[in-house]
Design a protein. Structure first.
Length: 142
């Protein structure tokens, strides 16, 4: 069901069910349907006070849709729970996050991006060592 809504998953499953010639209310068919659901959804269906009939696929489909709707309602009500202080409205009533997300440090906007810097003078300087006389001369000059 990855990347699909419950309705897309259900309709695709039913098309493949007919193509394969499987019986709709067979336990192996229902098992395949449940195993294709995300784990959280299958667990919620199984944890219901009255779980669906193990011999009726339509009850499992109804239960899956019902749990998805409940989850969407839960996310609508509690989606920003705990982050209310970070969310700010602007003058057009649009929301934005006042604090930057993640642990990235703020970048200096004036910083210069340099990968590598080479100078010819430094390369020439590294190729030969100074003699004692040159060293004294440079030391006196500063």
């Amino acid at each position: 069901m990855k990347g699909k809504s419950i309705d897309e998953y259900t309709s695709t499953f039913e098309v493949l069910l007919r193509r394969a010639g499987w019986t709709r209310d067979d336990q192996s068919t229902i098992k395949e349907f449940v195993q294709g659901l995300p784990m959280w959804l299958a667990n919620r269906i199984m944890a219901r006070s009255l779980p669906p009939n193990k011999a009726r696929l339509s009850e499992w489909i109804y239960a899956a849709r019902d749990e998805v709707v409940k989850d969407q309602e839960r996310m609508t009500m509690l989606g920003g729970y705990g982050k209310r202080n970070d969310i700010v409205r602007d003058n057009q009533q649009k929301y934005y996050n006042a604090k930057p997300s993640g642990n990235k440090p703020q970048r200096d906007p004036d910083a210069m991006e340099v990968d590598v810097a080479k100078t010819e003078g430094r390369q020439k300087f590294q190729e030969k060592r100074l003699t004692e006389e040159e060293r004294k001369k440079y030391f006196e000059e500063g």
